[in-house]
Structure formats: C-alpha cells, structure tokens
Design a protein around this ligand. Structure first.
Ligand SMILES: C[S@@+](CC[C@H](N)C(=O)[O-])C[C@H]1O[C@@H](n2cnc3c(N)ncnc32)[C@H](O)[C@@H]1O
Length: 280
C-alpha cells in the first residue's frame, strides 16, 4: 500500500538538508569530465506547487525553504541551493519546489544519465510529465531498491545513488540496508546517500550506523534535529543522511552550512546539527 505523498512535505527542513547535500555532491561529481550516473531509487513526483494542493495543507515548507528564501546572510553553498530552487520559480515569490529529480536535472550534463524510480501511480505520472521527455533521464514506475542491482556498476564507474524511502513500513529499514549492501558489493566505489528520519524508534536510530558499517572508504553521517526528542516518543524531530564515499568537498560545505541550518530551521532555539567524517 502506498499512502505516502511527498507533496505534503516538499521543501520542509528534511528536504532542505537532503537537497543541499545532493546538489553539492553532484556539483563536485560533475566537475570531473567523466560521465556520471545518477540513480534515484525513490524519486517522488519531481516538483511540487507550494501555493495549493498537498503542501499548502501542511505548510511544512514554511519551516524549511521558507525560512531561507529571503535570508540575507546565507553561507555560499546554501545561497547556491536557494538559487537552484529559484530557477524553478518564475518571480521573486516562492511558488514551486523541486524534488530530487529536478535538483539533479539542474546539475547533470548532457553526457550524464539519470535513472528515476517511483511506484505511486499519480507521482510517477507527474514525474514522467516533468522529465520523461528529457533525454538524459529514464523514468520507471518500478521498485527502485530492486532495480538498483541492475544499474551498478555503471559503464564509466561513476555514480551517485540517492535512497530516499518513505519508511512507511518497518521492513523498509532492512530492505534499504540489504539493497545498499548488495549494490556496494557490486560497485564499492559508488557514492551512496541514504536519507533517514530521526525518530525515537530503534529501527530508525540504528539505520545510519548500519549503512556506514557497509563501507570501508570515506563515510559521513549528517544530521539536523529541529526539535527536542518528543516526550511521548512520537513523530519525526529531525533527519539525516548516511553517505558512503561522499565527494571530499562536501566536508567543507557541511562545516560551513550545518551551524546555520541548526539556527535557521530549529524551532525555538532547539536546532542541533552534527556530522561525522571517517575514513580519510
Ligand atoms: C520521500 S519520497 C521521495 C522524495 C524525493 N526523493 C525528493 O527528494 O524529492 C519517497 C517516494 O518513494 C515512493 N516509493 C515507495 N516505495 C518505493 C519503491 N520501492 N520504489 C520506488 N518508489 C517507491 C513513494 O511513492 C514516494 O513518492
């Protein structure tokens, strides 16, 4: 059953962190001449209108991209990220937010290729409308975790894999670990970025370490908490990414941007950001 719709959450604090990391990692990877393969196992609908529909019903974007939109003091990487989002908005008003496939579309070159997977019929249709005619991309209404094994290693042996499930079911945590483990065995040099929610339950708590333990190269765990852990143990109070083989330049980006994000996106001064960087 697929009840999750990313439109409710588009542009929230978790999207800001994820898309900052994704866009900066892609910028470093495409700075080298060899072609890059981008694999988005859980692509979502592409972009979302913020003024109506799902996102207007939650207003989550107001606590995410909404807090950065007019900020005068953004660190340079966050300014680049905001400019990328601005490229999907016609004027000065924040009306649309790009999902991970559109973030990638803004950065990939003609020689790069993107493989996008989305299972929800309505979101897959929207994604196809957004990027189905872009010759760099292949949009599939298929299980991205199952498809991953057939896409690595890529011919040029350079790839960024974004794994961004909804975690609607507890089994998804194990499925993510198994899929990344399998892909990494086939292609140890790939960059694997796994998004995770910060939740009180053990399956979520242990996921980042389980992912990082799969790698023996450079590894980073990046986390942004926007509220204290809820006393009743219910609800997401932050998010993170566990990344195997991040591009080296990402470290300086994290040092520069995470303190700013904790201040800007934390609620009532409760923002906390951290990252670990191991293996080099
Ligand atoms: C968190 S959203 C993706 C957001 C998107 N990556 C972004 O950053 O804009 C997760 C998406 O995965 C889809 N989905 C769930 N299970 C899937 C699977 N096994 N394969 C492909 N898509 C899946 C859901 O329908 C949902 O749209």
């Amino acid at each position: 059953m697929l009840s999750y719709r990313h439109g409710f959450h588009a542009g929230n604090h978790a999207d800001v962190l994820k898309h900052l990391v994704l866009s900066e990692a892609l910028r470093y990877l495409v700075a080298k001449p060899a072609p890059l393969r981008y694999i988005d196992t859980h692509a979502g609908p592409g972009g979302c209108a913020l003024g109506g529909g799902f996102s207007a019903r939650t207003g989550e974007f107001l606590g995410g991209i909404g807090r950065l939109w007019a900020a005068a003091d953004l660190p340079e990487p966050l300014r680049r990220y905001r400019e990328l989002v601005g490229g999907f908005n016609a004027g000065a008003a924040l009306e649309r937010y790009p999902g991970s496939p559109l973030v990638a579309s803004a950065l990939l070159r003609a020689e790069d290729r993107g493989f996008l997977f989305e299972l929800h019929p309505a979101d897959a249709t929207e994604l196809d409308a957004a990027l189905g005619s872009d010759r760099r991309f292949r949009v599939s209404r298929a299980d991205g975790l199952a498809a991953l094994r057939g896409l690595v290693p890529p011919p040029g042996r350079r790839a960024l894999v974004l794994v961004d499930p909804p975690y609607e079911r507890d089994e998804e945590y194990d499925a993510v670990v198994e899929a990344v483990d399998d892909a990494r065995r086939r292609f140890p040099g790939g960059c694997y970025a796994v998004w995770y929610p910060v939740l009180a339950k053990d399956a979520a708590r242990f996921l980042p370490e389980r992912i990082l333990s799969l790698g023996d190269g450079t590894r980073t765990r990046i986390e942004l908490r926007v509220a204290p852990e809820p006393a009743d143990g219910w609800g997401m109070f932050g998010s993170g990414l566990a990344v195997l083989n991040p591009p080296w330049g990402l470290k300086a980006v994290l040092e520069e941007c995470l303190p700013y994000l904790a201040g800007a996106l934390g609620n009532d001064g409760a923002g906390r950001a951290s990252f670990s960087w191991d293996g080099d």
